[in-house]
Ligand binder design. Structure first.
Ligand SMILES: [Zn+2]
Length: 158
């Protein structure tokens, strides 16, 4: 999934769901792309897509804000952004939720094949469970997709 989609779908959602979300909170949106920095380890959709590492990061984030501010606000927004990435990747090919203990990811794929010709027909629209494995990779795909561009425009117009 491209970087714009990872950033702007959660931004749009939180903007709609939380009326107290202000421009000063925008830097927290960096958490939307944090998991893809696991490419620095040479494995995409690896450690930073796994609950094994995300759970302690989440607990630490909550503890640090609570220890400093005695309330939870920014950390909850940051974790919403962080887990939105995992959910979006789950819906786009799968994530290895228990990596490195279990080296297999799971997700849902939504094939939506429309056949154009003499008539328009939907060939396949059934969601299906897919399995994948963390892949060796050393770069992040930063090329925007049409969906990423559309989601960024949705936030700007909203
Ligand atoms: Zn990812």
């Amino acid at each position: 999934m491209d970087i714009l989609t990872h950033i702007f779908i959660p931004l749009t959602l939180i903007y709609v769901l939380r009326r107290d979300f202000k421009a000063k909170h925008f830097p927290l949106a960096l958490f939307t792309i944090l998991p893809d920095f696991d490419v620095l380890t040479g494995i995409h959709r690896g450690l930073l897509h796994s609950i094994i590492l995300l759970a302690p990061i989440s607990a630490l984030t909550l503890l640090v804000e609570y220890a400093i501010k005695r309330r939870l606000k920014y950390s909850l927004i940051a974790l919403f952004f962080l887990y939105s990435h995992i959910i979006l990747d789950f819906l786009a090919g799968g994530v290895p939720l228990l990596y490195p203990i279990i080296n297999q990811g799971v997700g849902i794929e939504f094939p939506f094949i429309v056949r154009l010709g003499g008539s328009i027909s939907i060939v396949d629209a059934t969601p299906r469970l897919v399995y994948n494995y963390p892949q060796p990779i050393h770069e992040i795909d930063a090329s925007p997709s049409g969906f990423g561009i559309a989601s960024s425009l949705m936030l700007h117009l909203g």
